[in-house]
Unconditional design. Sequence first.
Length: 121
Amino acid sequence: MRSQIAVAVMIAALVVAANARAAETRCGWIENPTPANWWLEDADNTWTIMTQGDDAGEPEGMELIPDISEHDYIKTNGNYGYACGCMSVETDGKERITKILSFRQLALAKCRADKTLRFPG
C-alpha cells in the first residue's frame, strides 16, 4: 500500500513539473484593436490570443486580462488600443496562446524602450 501511495505521489509531482515547464513568460505589446481581437507581440513572434469569429475561441484564463484601458494604455479605436505587459502562458509553439496563467500590465515606456519589440500599428 505504501509503495502505491509513493508511486502516486511521484506521478503527481511529475505532472506538476511537466505543467510548470510548459509555461512561458511572454512580454511585449498587448493589442486589442477591435472587439474580441487580441494579440501579444513579443521579441519572438506575434501571438494570437483570440480573434473574432475564430473557431478556436477564447483561451482558458482570458479573464485574467483586466480592462487594459484603466492603466498605461494607448487608445486607437474607441475603447480599443494597446498596452505593454507580461503574461505567463502556454502556446501551441507556433502562433497561438492556448492558455493564460497570469497577466501583468507594465508601463508603456517599458515596451517602448525594448529595441527587440516592433511598435504596434
